[in-house]
Design a protein around this ligand. Structure first.
Ligand code: NAD
Length: 359
């Protein structure tokens, strides 16, 4: 029986890279009944919102979605449609495996790291108070009363909630991932020496979870500033890295940089029973409709999706096909060429054709 999967083409370059990914998945022979669902700035005139209820309902029903990038429309009340999807569906784990592919231009080789980022809490919870507003002034007054510390009256305030519940479930996710994929170690990363009651709590809750995996998976802690330096100096020391939201966002991009950039960096957002697969990159509006950008990140996100479905063989074949095309260096997009203006660069759909041919 075919898997029913929600496909959100996205906007900007989204439709081009998601079409490429869909064609590659279909070419593996795995039967998928794609249910197309709309979202993004382009659908606001039709639905009055960039995130129609029918799209969320489709993901809830099918449990698995492949999603193209979505532009964040300015001035709609949506901080980001992508963040809204994660929130609505409680996709609390952002999974970003970063692996070097031979042939990608990068300063590093043999990178094999997995970032597990908490997706729902921290400074990204969206609890903010604007400078000068009445509620901000009364909050500042209340904080000064409670903490006996001064805040400048012309300050804006962002709240950083980190809970034991949220931390335990993300750390458990990281350990379970490590067990399932034969990883050796989980490194928790925060700035707990400074933020004792949030980042310190993250470490404490992580230690409690780590105890359950003693003897199976190693556990260690690092401070975020030191971790940035370590990752550029000795990335081989690390394996699965688990972080609160903001540090996770920053370190994901750092790790994407280690493997040669956004064009090859896949991702997934996972909750209990629901999974949305998407590339790390955005909608790159300036390239819309040009058949120019690299489909590899989106295809590799689809590889993660196939693996999630239990279609291990198809996932391995598709990843190997992507690796083969990249290594050959011929049918690759402009961003993978030594000279970005190389006229022999393949288009998005031609690179997808080459991946399909390499299956
Ligand atoms: P972006 O990732 O869209 O593009 C930045 C640059 O990276 C591009 O100009 C391009 O040079 C390069 N790039 C990105 N994807 C590429 C690809 N597949 N192949 C080759 N080069 C590629 O980031 P941005 O410009 O900051 O964001 C544009 C829009 O996308 C914003 O509205 C942002 O909110 C949104 N966004 C969405 C997601 C998502 O859907 N998950 C993620 C990030 C950004």
């Amino acid at each position: 029986m075919a898997y029913k999967i929600t496909l959100i083409p996205g906007d900007g370059i989204g439709p081009e890279v998601s079409t490429a990914a869909r064609r590659c998945v279909d070419a593996t022979g795995v039967k998928i009944d794609w249910e197309i669902a709309e979202a993004g700035a382009d659908v606001i005139p039709k639905y009055g919102t960039p995130l129609p209820g029918s799209t969320l309902a489709s993901i809830r029903k099918n449990k698995v979605a492949l999603k193209g990038p979505l532009t964040t429309p300015i001035g709609t009340g949506f901080r980001s449609v992508n963040v809204a999807i994660r929130k609505e569906l409680d996709l609390y784990a952002c999974l970003r495996p970063t692996r070097s592919y031979k042939g990608v231009r990068s300063r590093y080789e043999n990178i094999d790291l997995v970032i597990v980022r908490e997706n729902t809490e921290d400074l990204y919870a969206g609890i903010e108070f604007e400078e000068g507003k009445a509620e901000t002034n009364s909050l500042i007054a209340e904080i000064e009363k409670l903490s006996k510390k001064q805040i400048r009256p012309d300050s804006g305030i962002s709240i950083k909630p980190i809970s034991i519940t949220g931390t335990k479930r993300i750390v458990k996710f990281a350990f379970d991932y490590a067990v399932k994929y034969n990883r050796k170690k989980v490194t928790a990363v925060t700035k707990a020496n400074i933020m004792k009651f949030t980042d310190g709590l993250f470490f404490k809750a992580a230690q409690a979870v780590a105890k359950e995996y003693e003897g199976k998976i190693e556990y260690e802690e690092r401070l975020i500033d030191n971790m940035c330096m370590q990752l550029v100096q000795k990335p081989e020391l690390y394996d699965v890295i688990c972080l609160p939201n903001l540090y996770g966002d920053i370190l994901s991009d750092l790790c994407a940089g280690l493997i040669g950039g956004l064009g090859v960096a896949p991702g997934a957002n996972l909750g209990d029973g629901i999974a949305v697969f998407e590339a790390i990159h955005g909608s790159a509006p300036k390239y819309t409709g040009q058949n120019k950008v690299n489909p590899a990140a989106m295809v590799l996100s689809a590889v993660l999706m196939l693996d999630h479905l239990g279609e291990k063989k198809a996932a391995q074949r598709l990843e190997a096909a992507v690796a083969k095309v990249i290594a050959a260096g011929k049918n690759v997009t402009y961003d993978m060429k030594a000279d970005r203006n190389d006229p022999s660069a393949a288009g998005t759909s031609q690179m997808a054709d080459a991946i399909i041919a390499a299956l």
